[in-house]
Design a protein around this ligand. Structure first.
Ligand SMILES: [Zn+2]
Length: 181
């Protein structure tokens, strides 16, 4: 964890909220032309900032009349977590940090960290969509939660783990053969 904290300190530039919003605007509108997420118009009549979020710009569309901000229509919309925390969370998730570790580093609650991890995984799947694996393919092992062990596929109730007996024997795992125990 010490190494992680040291690494996070080197991200001062990214952790600057104004810089994060600049990065977001550059990703959304690479040519610098703000477009309305509702009608696609480039006719913006007004641009202002929030008192509590001076880094976030709000715009008024001159075509449909609706207002929107830098985060409207993105995964950051309606979130109270600072943009810098999201960016750092994405970075940590890409480093395969655990959800609990991300929640500690940001800091945020476990469910928010879990959402960040899922968003990163969804994005990775989207980017890899259509990619055909070739040659020798290796897959990592899968972790099965204890709650699902011994259950038949599809939620069946064929338990394969038996509870300890009254004599205090350990639970046995496996299929029960006829005539045994
Ligand atoms: Zn519009």
């Amino acid at each position: 964890m010490q190494a992680l904290c040291t690494q996070a300190k080197s991200f001062t530039r990214l952790l600057d909220e104004a810089e994060c919003y600049r990065q977001l605007r550059q990703l959304r509108w690479p040519d610098g032309q703000v477009r309305c997420p509702y009608c696609g118009s480039e006719y913006i009549t007004k641009c202002w900032t929030y008192f509590r979020q001076p880094a976030c710009r709000r715009y008024q569309c001159g075509c449909c009349g609706l207002s929107f901000n830098d985060k409207t229509g993105t995964i950051f919309e309606h979130t109270k977590l600072p943009l810098a925390a999201w960016f750092l969370g994405f970075y940590l998730a890409q480093l395969s940090q655990s959800t609990a570790a991300i929640a500690r580093e940001l800091p945020c609650d476990y469910h928010t960290a879990q959402r960040i991890v899922w968003l990163v995984r969804e994005q990775v799947v989207r980017l890899e969509e259509g990619r055909v694996l070739q040659g020798t393919v290796e897959a990592d092992e899968i972790y099965v939660t204890a709650g699902h062990k011994g259950q038949a596929p599809g939620g069946g109730c064929k338990a394969l783990t038996f509870p300890p007996s009254a004599e205090g024997q350990k639970a046995r795992t496996g299929t029960r053969e006829r005539g045994q125990g």
